[in-house]
Design a protein around this ligand. Structure first.
Ligand code: F6P
Length: 491
């Protein structure tokens, strides 16, 4: 954290991300309630912004966002300890529909996740995406107060923003981080605006992905679709005389973690969760924590639990799986369908194995604030992350951060970026219910000593490669690049 602060000292730092870190909502009693959105991006970036001040430009989405901001959409956050500026950008219903629900989430999201949902590309969504990207680029340019600011562009909502900013601020250091996977060139090539997206991104000084595989996929797409030169030695792309570095930066969580600091002891968390769920004294608890999204493999997860109860009768009546599922992107049909199918599946498994006093699947469809999520992390015997395809998955790392007691077993999909780092978890193919149910059984039967060895090793990784390291590495690479550019200018 100190190194990050130090490297950014005196710099003008602006983050642009669709999701805002604090949402102001008008509550039923007429008061204003501040909530934290369920977003891996926010989880990671918010502590970074606390550490380095600056400005976060985001879409103002809460019902009381306007009244809590000034005439320019600015409000100082966090509410309890104001340390940076949140600049909200207002979008019309049509803009939100076309740019966010349409092009970003019905086009780019399935395109990049290859998660068996067919991408939909509509010209009117693309037009909104272009216009909203311009709106955010303008807002960023209004917020900078130097010729050469450091701008951190976040995610697939803003592929066009780097180039738009570069045209106005040629000396800016633009670091773009793509929080989701980047597919292979063949798959990416079906997007009708593939060239525009690539050119937009190449306005960046650096583009970061979670894994080397996604970096290679991106370089391959540039090579295939644009007039460019790939500098394999530097892992960079040269396009229209601009060099953009391509680097893997595995994202992570805050360490020490804010929500752990204030949490109850693991024993107290267990007692409170047991009471809340009405579990018996010898019950065993598995948990899943996700946005209700089809890439997270929630149906596959419940089917693995069903398989476990089918094949291992000793867990019937004893093992419950609590799924914390935050409703997400509910204006999109595919997400509504998922909501219905998860509900039906949970009901079917509960009818099959449940009794009057025992419920195998406890489906909690609501937004849970971080302190609540951490209470569940600290209470669980097993946490199962079953994404079908995921850039990183921060739930896995949060679970590890939460377990100071070095207990609890992580069952983790091999299709997450996190599986590369957390290899002491039980790594499974979520499509293979047999394998996943065996891993759940092994996790539930694991000795305390083995849990300790595995958890300790994973905690060592997450504590060292924490989110400050992620941001610090990007900023340091950018600083080196900037110095090199300045030296070349002098020649
Ligand atoms: O981390 C990937 C991501 O798509 C973020 O960009 C986003 O904030 C988060 O998941 C949650 O999605 P949404 O902002 O659409 O609710």
């Amino acid at each position: 954290k100190q190194t990050l602060r130090h490297s950014l000292e005196g710099e003008n730092v602006v983050v642009v991300a669709n999701r805002e870190p604090y949402i102001h909502e008008r509550s039923a009693d007429g008061g204003i309630h501040v909530s934290h959105p369920a977003s891996g991006l926010v989880t990671a970036l918010e502590p970074v912004m606390r550490a380095c001040s600056g400005v976060w430009v985001a879409h103002g989405s809460g019902s009381a966002d306007r009244e809590t901001a000034d005439a320019h959409g600015r409000v100082r956050v966090p509410p309890e300890e104001e340390s940076y500026l949140l600049r909200r950008v207002w979008l019309s219903r049509e803009e939100e529909q076309g740019y966010y629900a349409g092009f970003a989430n019905e086009g780019l999201w399935p395109l990049c996740h290859m998660a068996y949902a067919r991408p939909t590309f509509r010209l009117e969504d693309w037009r909104h995406y272009q216009a909203v990207n311009q709106k955010f680029a303008d807002a960023v340019c209004e917020e900078v107060d130097s010729e050469a600011p450091v701008i951190l562009v976040q995610d697939y909502h803003f592929a066009l923003v780097p180039r738009m900013i570069r045209e106005r601020l040629p000396k800016a250091t633009l670091i773009t981080f793509w929080h989701i996977p980047w597919p292979n060139a063949e798959a990416f090539g079906i997007c009708p605006w593939r060239n525009e997206l690539l050119q937009g991104l190449l306005g960046s000084s650096i583009i970061g992905f979670h894994t080397p595989l996604h970096c290679n996929n991106f370089a391959e797409a540039v090579d295939r679709f644009l007039e460019s030169r790939i500098d394999r030695e530097q892992t960079a792309v040269v396009h229209q005389e601009r060099t953009t570095l391509i680097r893997p930066y595995p994202i992570s969580v805050e360490w020490p973690n804010r929500w752990v600091k204030d949490a109850l002891t693991p024993e107290a968390c267990r007692a409170s969760v047991w009471k809340e769920l009405g579990l018996g004294p010898d019950a065993l608890l598995g948990i899943g924590v996700d946005r209700l999204d089809y890439t997270k493999g929630i149906e596959e997860r419940l089917l693995a639990v069903e398989r476990l109860l089918e094949g291992s009768p000793e867990f019937r009546g004893r093992f419950s799986f609590a799924q914390l599922a935050a409703p997400s992107r509910t204006t999109i049909e595919r997400y509504r369908q998922l909501n219905d199918s998860v509900e039906k599946l949970a009901a079917r498994i509960n009818r099959r194995f449940g009794t009057e006093t025992y419920q195998p699947i406890i489906l909690m469809r609501a937004h849970h604030e971080p302190p609540d999520v951490f209470r569940y992390y600290r209470a669980a015997d097993v946490c199962y992350v079953s994404s079908l395809h995921d850039g990183m998955n921060l739930v896995a790392k949060e679970f590890v951060a939460a377990r100071e007691d070095e207990q609890g077993v992580l069952v983790l999909s091999q299709f997450t970026g996190a599986a590369r780092e957390l290899s002491e978890g039980l790594i499974v193919n979520p499509f293979d219910f047999e394998e996943a149910s065996r891993a759940l059984a092994a996790g539930l039967a694991m000795s305390r000593e083995e849990q300790r060895v595995r958890m300790r090793a994973m905690r060592a990784v997450v504590s060292e490669f924490n989110v400050y390291r992620w941001a610090g590495q990007m900023v340091m690479d950018a600083a080196r690049l900037r110095d090199r550019e300045r030296l070349t200018e002098r020649l």
